[in-house]
Design a protein. Structure first.
Length: 89
């Protein structure tokens, strides 16, 4: 019997979900920078605070941006570091 999560998803589940919807069927280790960017963008666009202007232009809110950065850091650490996505204050 599979246990249902208590209102959350693991980051790898979000990546798998995005890959399936984008039809990117390859292991995480062999993804190109373009594919990683598309996966992360898709995750952000599905966030609860993303709104769409003119029907097709997504505007991401703080939750979506935070989710994108968190998933990138955890699942694609090399990409995160390479593109300097962290902010040091």
């Amino acid at each position: 019997m599979i246990e249902e999560p208590d209102g959350y998803m693991y980051t790898w589940e979000l990546v798998d979900w995005a890959q399936a919807n984008l039809k990117i069927m390859k292991p995480k280790e062999s993804l190109t920078n373009f594919e990683i960017r598309e996966i992360i963008r898709w995750i952000g666009m599905c966030s609860v605070d993303t709104i769409y202007l003119d029907g097709d232009k997504p505007v991401l809110g703080r939750i979506g941006i935070g989710l994108m950065l968190t998933v990138t850091l955890i699942e694609f650490t090399e990409y995160y570091l390479k593109h300097e996505l962290s902010q040091f204050n």
